[in-house]
Each structure stands twice: as structure tokens, then as C-alpha cells.
Design a protein around this ligand. Structure first.
Ligand SMILES: Nc1ncnc2c1ncn2[C@@H]1O[C@H](COP(=O)(O)OP(=O)(O)OP(=O)(O)O)[C@@H](O)[C@H]1O
Length: 663
């Protein structure tokens, strides 16, 4: 397949995924619920393999501290983190049918359809390719085509250019700007043709109440990150106070998506794998940066998107950090590690790009953010977000709880400096302020130097001043007189540096990666009844080896059990397919559809000399050898210790035991 091209019949693939029980709509016999899916045995095994490799690649190879925290989260935590106020998407309502639509997706869908219609109207030869190219040129990320052909309506050149410009920056629009686009371009619900309301924010969290009274409000977590922040001090302690370090968590998160229409790409309950890497804000160098500095990544920086370009530039991680395109080494290090993980599991490099967030898109606290986007039949989809969250979360939780979430670092040399401090005169300060004294003293101690200097000047000038407290037990105005405090320069000697770490967060949606991987692995074997093959590499394949008898002959039962037993003992996940009613060709074919890379077949010769055949899925080549040896060959192939071409160097090819076309 050509570079950057993806040739997948999505509806055939969707059918296959349900037929081979990768996924199924949850609660289907009750009619199902949008955005909720169950994973079957194949999907579950594939997901577990992706998780296992993730754990190996990140937790083990990076020495991370993996934890597992509560899903149900009290409201206060998410109020502090800003989720209660801000974790929302913009939503419009169809003014007649009352359908809910996500505003950015609506604008995207309608403008893409108009560009597609324009390409049709211009009568270009290969309409679908042109439309695809138009969408690609426009940076179509989450096109949600619903099958219906676009109407061939010609746009003037200026309008077409404007639409492409809007699409290239669709993530950069807020609710008001989306509302303006909807009015300006008369954007309507494509399903009904009806007008839609102005966008309004819709919070994506699922609310609940904790305990029988219903008084304690809570939410299902929308990300695993907060649990990691809650445990920061324990994690630091566990790490013997050493910085930098990272924690990790794999678990379910929940988002009440407005309009989930993209299969498992956009669901309401999904598995996330998140890393929180805690780092000194003054030193974001990464000790292992050299290991990734030479990797070349496809990068789409924000500045390039503002020029309405959507093709990436290829640049080494070292250069991207060196030139300040990626904010710091630690962020660059993780972009490299994310790339290596995606390559390891089998994502196609030509269908991957790292897109930097634009100004409006980035969370207000983040200082840089990149998404690993993978091209699928739904367009470019964000599968991993990698953000520098600065010190935002730890600072906010610390303010809300009055608990210190900081690092205390012994300084090699004491730090000596002059500072303006406020020293209360205990003879008058306490007696005058009485119950408010402690709160006022804390307030004065925490005042920034400039405010303290202003207070001193006021006391010198007027002999008195007022301080106002808010959010304390002694809120309100309190009078201070010059005799109550001395505000003076003191020499401070510090032996310990106290700081709030910054956090670099790679955040993976396992389901999106899984779906993209399936699409990138999908092909149809030509001249073979158009059978689908999922060409998973052995590391991720749900089952590694198919074990099957040539036919239902009773003499095959014993060696069949023997092969299965030996594979199990070697730790190779295998499936026996001894369905007597299905030809061997059909059994090979249905296991190609679930991506099983190898098959061991027992036949009449096995009874004579204890040899079996071994078939490889992608080439359909077969070799023959002693039963035990073939199991060992499979084990080494699955472990990545050898490749199929190594094996062919040692065992001659044989004629297929049964034709692969025999289905
Ligand atoms: N509804 C969902 N279904 C499946 N995976 C999701 C969903 N929402 C987010 N994810 C995954 O979680 C990761 C981190 O979440 P993040 O908050 O960065 O996503 P997001 O920016 O809200 O995604 P989107 O803009 O596509 O809604 C994403 O990269 C994605 O892989």
C-alpha cells in the first residue's frame, strides 16, 4: 500500500470485529447503549497484550511506580482540579428533532461534506480520491462520514480556501467562535437539515452520590491522573524523596460523550494508561534523553497549523528540543518513547503524526502539549496526549487541603539572602486581634514582598493600616497599628529548597490505539474468496498459535493434545480448532481473521513419525518437523527470538497439507 494510504472497507471490518467477537455493543439484547462496548475473547486478549507491552515499555523499562486508585471521586477533588467547571465540550441541539450534536464535530462534518461536494461538482476524475485529498489537505481529524454521498455543489475558490483554513484549526475554536461559524455558514444538522441552537457547554463527567444520604456528591473519574496527584507525597516518600520520578496507572475512565458515533474510538467508558512524571521546574532535562535524541519523528508544530499546513515535518527529537519546538527534554523524551511503543505494537509509521496543541486548544495551565494522532478510516485521531501540566494540579490540591505537596531538597551549599519579614510584637498583637490573631499572622507571613513593603510604608506614613482576609476563619478587615509589628529586612539562611514539581503527562487511550492497530493490520487476501487477514505481529496477536487436526480422524486426538499441552507449558496462548465440520482451509481462514500468526497441524504422517506442519499466516508457507521442535520454533517466533525467514533457512518449505483456498 502506498505511503500514507489506508485501504480498509470499514463496514466489512466492523462486521468482522463483531463476527470474530473482538467487540460487541454492550447490553445488545436490550437494544444497546451508544458509546458502550464489550470486548470478546479476541478483543480482550488483544487489549491485554497492548497493556502488557505498555507496562513493559513504560513501567518496567522506566522504573515507574504503578498504582491503582479509586474510580469514584468526591466532587471536591474535581472542583479543585477544574473539571467540575471546565471539563466540557460545546454542544448544539437540533431545533426540531432535539438531537444533540458536538459543535466542533458538526462544523467539521458539514464543511468537509461541502468540500467533498465541491470536488464532485468540479467533476474531477477520481472523485473519492480528490475528496479524500481535500479532507486531508484540510487536516480532517475526526471526519464522521455517515455514508450518504455529498451533494455536488460548487464552491467559489475563496469559500473552499476558507473552509480548509477553518478545518486546519478546528480544535482552536471555542463555543462562541463555533457559534459564529454556524450562523455565518448556515450550518445545520446533516441528518435532518434543521437549524441548530448556539453551542452551550456540556460537562462530560458522570455524576453520582456517595453513601446513603446522597449528600456527598461524586463523579466517575474522567482520567486516572487525579488519583496519582492525591498520592504524590506517598509516592515521593516511597521513592526515598528522589526526583525526578514517575507514577503510572492503567484503568477505566468515564466520559459522557455527547454523540458517540465512531465505534470504540469514542466511547463513554474506556481504558486509559497514564504516566505522571514529576520533575524539577528549574531542570526539565531527562537523564535518558540521549536514547531518543536521534529518533526522527513526524511533527506538526502549532506554527505550521496556523499556516494551514497539515503535513508533518520530519525532525529528530534532539533538534525539536534544541530549536525550542518541543518545550523541554522530558517532553521530548516521552514523545520519543511514545513513538517507539506505537512502532513496537505495529502502528504504521506513515500513518502517525505528533500534532502540537494550538493556543486556544491547550489547557490554560499547560505550557506545551502534543497529541500522537493516528490516521484511521475516521481521519486523524488523537490516541495519546502528552502534556506538560506544569505545577497546576499539585498547587491547587495543596491550596484546597492545606497539605504540602512539595519536594524538599537539601542544598549542597546553604542559600543566604535578604528578605523583608513581618515580626509581630507579641505584647500587643495577640491581645488586640484576639481570635483573629493567628489568621492575620499567617496572612502577613504569606504576603508577597511588594505588598509587605506597601504595608510598611502605610504604617510609617499613617501609623495604621487595614488588612483584609478572605477564605479564612477570620474573614474581614482588621486594623494593624505601627506598634503591633516590625517589618524589617532579615538575613535568611536556607539549607533546604522547597518546590512544587511540574508534571509531564503522557496519556494513552488503549481502545483508540487498539482500533487503529486493527485497521493498520487489516488486509484482504486477493484471489482467495476475498478473505480478511489481520496481520498482527506475534507480540500483540490475541492467540499466537492455532492447533488443529487435518480432519476428525480419531487418531489425531492424542498428538493434538500433546501439541496443545506443550504450547501451554511454554506459555504460548494457543487455540485448538478441531471442528470436524469445517475444512482445514476454512479453519485457517477464520484464524487469519483473528490474526493468529502460526498454526500447527496434526495429520496422518504425525502418527507415523511424530512430525507436524507449521504454517505462517502472512505467507501461508508451511514447513514440517518433529512435534516438540515445532513447538520450540513457535515459542522462539512468539518471543521475537527468531523470524519466519530465519526458520525458513533451517526447514525446507513443503506443499501445503491442505489448500488454503479450500474454504
Ligand atoms: N471518549 C473517548 N473514547 C475513547 N478514548 C478516549 C475518549 N476520550 C479520550 N480518550 C483517550 O484518552 C486520551 C487522553 O484523553 P484527552 O483528555 O487528552 O482526550 P481529548 O482531548 O478529550 O480527546 P477528544 O478531543 O478526542 O475528545 C486520548 O488521547 C484518547 O486516546
Amino acid at each position: 500500500m502506498a505511503n500514507g494510504e489506508l485501504n480498509v472497507d470499514r463496514s466489512a471490518l466492523d462486521q468482522l470485529l463483531q463476527k470474530r467477537f473482538f467487540i460487541a455493543p454492550s447490553f445488545e439484547i436490550y437494544g444497546g447503549i451508544k458509546g458502550l462496548y464489550d470486548f470478546g475473547p479476541t478483543g480482550t486478549a488483544l487489549q491485554q497484550n497492548l497493556i502488557g507491552l505498555w507496562r513493559q515499555h513504560f513501567v518496567i523499562e522506566e522504573d515507574m511506580l504503578e498504582i491503582d486508585c479509586s474510580i469514584i471521586t468526591p466532587s471536591r477533588v474535581l472542583e479543585t482540579s477544574g473539571h467540575v467547571e471546565k471539563f466540557a465540550d460545546w454542544m448544539c441541539r437540533d431545533t426540531v428533532s432535539n438531537d444533540f450534536l458536538r459543535a466542533d464535530h458538526l462544523v467539521e462534518e458539514v464543511l468537509e461534506a461541502r468540500l467533498e461536494g465541491d470536488a464532485l461538482a468540479r467533476g474531477m476524475a477520481e472523485v473519492s480520491i480528490q475528496a479524500d485529498a481535500a479532507a486531508k489537505q484540510a487536516g480532517a481529524k475526526k471526519s464522521k462520514k455517515k455514508g450518504g454521498a455529498a451533494a455536488p455543489v460548487r464552491l467559489d475558490d475563496e469559500a473552499a480556501d476558507r473552509f480548509r483554513g477553518i478545518l486546519a484549526q478546528i480544535d482552536n475554536y471555542d463555543g462562541a467562535a463555533l457559534g459564529e461559524l454556524i450562523v455565518k455558514y448556515d450550518i445545520r444538522n446533516p441528518a435532518t437539515g434543521n437549524a441548530v441552537t448556539a453551542p452551550m457547554p456540556f460537562n462530560l463527567m458522570f455524576g453520582t452520590s456517595i453513601g446513603p444520604t446522597g449528600a456527598l456528591k461524586g463523579f466517575l473519574r474522567p482520567e486516572t491522573a487525579q488519583g496519582q496527584f492525591m498520592n504524590f507525597s506517598r509516592l515521593l516518600e516511597f521513592n526515598n524523596q528522589k526526583m525526578p520520578f514517575a507514577s503510572a496507572m492503567i484503568g477505566r475512565s468515564f466520559r459522557n460523550e455527547i454523540s458517540p458515533r465512531q465505534g470504540i474510538l469514542r466511547v463513554r467508558e474506556f481504558t486509559m494508561a497514564e504516566v505522571e512524571h514529576f520533575v524539577d521546574p528549574l531542570n526539565k532535562a531527562h537523564p535518558r534523553f540521549d536514547e531518543v535524541a536521534g529518533l526522527t519523528l513526524p511533527l506538526l508544530p502549532a506554527a505550521r497549523q496556523l499556516e494551514e499546513k497539515t503535513d508533518p515535518v520530519f525532525m529528530t527529537v534532539g533538534d525539536a528540543v534544541g530549536q525550542g519546538i518541543v518545550n523541554n527534554q522530558t517532553l521530548g523524551y516521552f514523545l520519543g518513547r511514545i513513538y517507539l511503543y506505537l512502532m513496537k505494537i505495529g502502528i504504521r509509521g506513515d500513518l502517525l503524526r505528533f500534532r502540537q496543541h494550538m493556543g486556544n486548544e491547550m489547557a490554560h495551565y499547560a505550557c506545551d502539549c502534543w497529541d500522537a494522532e493516528i490516521k484511521t478510516t475516521d481521519g486523524w485521531i488523537e490516541c495519546v496526549g502528552c502534556a506538560d501540566r506544569s505545577a497546576y494540579d499539585l498547587t491547587k490540591h495543596s491550596e484546597a487541603t492545606n497539605k504540602k505537596l512539595v519536594v524538599q531538597e537539601n542544598l549542597p551549599e546553604p542559600l543566604v539572602y535578604e528578605k523583608l519579614v513581618c515580626v509581630p510584637n507579641s505584647k500587643v498583637f495577640g491581645p488586640r486581634l484576639r481570635r483573629a490573631a493567628a489568621a492575620v499572622e499567617r496572612h502577613l507571613a504569606a504576603l508577597p514582598e511588594a505588598e509587605l513593603a506597601a504595608l510598611r510604608d502605610a504604617l510609617v506614613r499613617d501609623g495604621r493600616a487595614t488588612v483584609t482576609l478572605a477564605g479564612t476563619a477570620a474573614d474581614g478587615a482588621h486594623e494593624i497599628t505601627a506598634d503591633m509589628v516590625a517589618i524589617e529586612k532579615q538575613t535568611i539562611t536556607e539549607h533546604v529548597r522547597v518546590y512544587t514539581p511540574n508534571v509531564i503527562e503522557p496519556s494513552f487511550g488503549i481502545g483508540r490505539i487498539l482500533h487503529a492497530l486493527i485497521e493498520h493490520s487489516y488486509s484482504v487476501r486477493a484471489g482467495d474468496g476475498q478473505r480478511a487477514v489481520l496481520g498482527f505481529n506475534p507480540l500483540v496477536a490475541p492467540f499466537k498459535c492455532l492447533v488443529l487436526p487435518l480432519s476428525g480422524n480419531a487418531s489425531f486426538a492424542k498428538p493434538l493434545r500433546e501439541v496443545a499441552r506443550r504450547l501451554r507449558a511454554a506459555g504460548v496462548p494457543a487455540r485448538v480448532d478441531d471442528t470436524a465440520s469445517a475444512s482445514i482451509g476454512r479453519r485457517y481462514a477464520r484464524n487469519d481473521e483473528i490474526g493468529t500468526p502460526f498454526a500447527i497441524t496434526v495429520d496422518f504422517q504425525t502418527a507415523e513419525d511424530n512430525t507436524v506442519t507449521l504454517r505462517e499466516r502472512d505467507t501461508t508457507n508451511q514447513i514440517r518437523g518433529p512435534l516438540q521442535e515445532m513447538v520450540e520454533v513457535v515459542k522462539s517466533l512468539v518471543d521475537g527470538a527468531s523470524t519466519w525467514s530465519d526458520v525458513l533457512g533451517r526447514y525446507p518449505l513443503i506443499d501445503a497439507v491442505a489448500s488454503d483456498t479450500e474454504a
